[in-house]
Ligand binder design. Structure first.
Ligand SMILES: Cc1cc2nc3c(=O)[nH]c(=O)nc-3n(C[C@H](O)[C@H](O)[C@H](O)COP(=O)(O)OP(=O)(O)OC[C@H]3O[C@@H](n4cnc5c(N)ncnc54)[C@H](O)[C@@H]3O)c2cc1C
Length: 375
């Protein structure tokens, strides 16, 4: 069922006789398999309000991200949190929607400098599991009414409500960008180098380790970028060979990093969030004992493991290790049977489970919205 208005969405949810599988563009099928009638928000399409001067955009949840990017581009602005496009990694087709981005809190490499999707989300309108329309937050950053509910919806994967409209803070595009590429580093040295760059005053907006190369990005006015690149080269000289990639080539490089292109051909991929200083030990122990491939973003705070051996066992081992390090591991890509058998999301501790269940009971008392998706 494709709904075209928020009212229709509310009526459809209220009248639903059983479970609903919420879908935007269908490009991010992440989570435990979900049964239920498909409820598509793709018909809720269009930018409702765009005020470049106020750095604010409001759009219906089913609006294609490409349409939003085109509108922003015309004013030299962008979604600064750099949302990942999952199509390449997951082999999915379809049109990514802005609602899907908010529902999964999709946040790319620039998260280390500007924050996540959640931090740019000013307001939401959604329909809860009983068919009630709820609006929360506002259209400008200074409006903090109901802030927590806005934050709650980002990353809740449609299990607490069906988003109908989102309002987001946007930022100006920089004049240029450059990426320093450090060669022949060990994993441990790459984290040390990325930490040094991130801890410097030179405003790094990307720090990733992919295919054995550490990438450090800076953005801004041309003269400032040139100055900061020079300073960073001096700072990082002790790590060996450094090459530099500019402008469009740099942007293309970060799109590949953002979309985890390096693991597009792997059957199973687990994403681990952890504090960057714990990353080397974590990765080395698993890499040495189980042979999983690895890419790192956020200076080491985000690790992608291509799980190549006894996939389910390796994914579970990643979750056990994450639990011990205060991080969390999510199966982003895996076969249907793996997704049905293994815990996709990091198992929660009993306190968090009680909180999650309480929230779900409140927002979706009949348990019909993407039931079971998050376990
Ligand atoms: C400099 C730096 C330092 C860091 N230090 C730490 C640290 O000390 N400890 C640490 O753990 N991490 C650390 N991280 C990692 C970062 O904090 C985590 O990525 C963050 O906790 C992710 O939470 P999120 O919900 O915002 O992310 P998301 O991308 O939204 O989600 C992360 C995972 O949680 C799942 N999830 C999201 N919402 C829910 C929900 N409602 N219910 C169940 N699952 C959900 C998502 O599906 C995803 O798999 C660090 C990162 C950086 C860059």
């Amino acid at each position: 069922m494709i709904v075209k208005t928020e009212q229709e969405l509310a009526e459809s949810v209220k009248a639903a006789p059983g479970p609903l599988h919420i879908r935007g563009g269908g490009t991010r099928d992440i989570g435990n398999p979900v049964d239920g009638n498909v409820l598509s928000t793709a018909g809720l399409n269009g930018v409702t309000l765009y005020e470049p001067g106020a750095l604010t955009i409001v759009a219906q949840a089913g609006t294609p991200v490409a349409d939003i990017e085109t509108a922003l581009d015309a004013e030299n602005q962008r979604l600064a949190f750099e949302p990942m496009d999952h199509r390449r990694l997951l082999g999915s087709s379809g049109t990514p929607t802005i609602g899907g981005i908010v529902a999964t809190n999709a946040s790319g490499p620039r998260r280390i400098s500007v924050g996540a999707c959640r931090d740019h989300l000013l307001g939401v309108r959604f329909v809860d599991g009983s068919g009630t329309i709820i609006k929360n937050g506002g259209r400008v950053m200074k409006n903090v009414t109901g802030y927590d509910l806005v934050k709650l919806m980002a990353g809740s994967y449609g299990t607490l409500g069906v988003l109908s409209e989102v309002s987001l803070k946007v930022l100006p595009k920089p004049e240029t960008e450059t990426t320093l590429v450090l060669h022949d580093l060990t994993l441990r040295d790459s984290v040390t180098a990325m930490s040094a760059a991130l801890g410097s005053p030179f405003e790094v907006t990307g720090a990733a380790f992919v295919n054995g190369l550490a990438h450090i990005r800076i953005e801004g006015f041309e003269a400032s970028v040139a100055y900061r690149a020079g300073k960073l080269r001096d700072l990082l000289a002790k790590f060996g060979e450094i090459t530099q990639t500019e402008d469009a080539a740099s942007a293309a490089m970060w799109r590949d990093i953002r979309d985890v292109k390096c693991f597009a051909d792997h059957g199973a991929v687990t994403r681990v969030s952890i504090k960057p200083s714990a990353a080397p030990e974590f990765a080395e122990s698993l890499g040495q004992t189980r042979g999983a491939d690895l890419a790192m973003d956020w200076g080491g705070g985000l690790m992608w493991f291509a799980v190549t051996e006894t996939e389910e066992a390796t994914h579970k081992a990643l979750q056990d290790m994450s639990a011990g390090k205060g991080g969390h591991a999510t199966l982003i890509k895996g076969s249907a049977s793996m997704r049905a058998d293994a815990p996709v999301f990091q198992p929660e501790n009993p306190t968090v489970t009680a909180l999650s269940q309480g929230l779900r009971a409140k927002f979706d008392p009949r348990g019909i919205l993407n039931a079971g998706l998050m376990g």
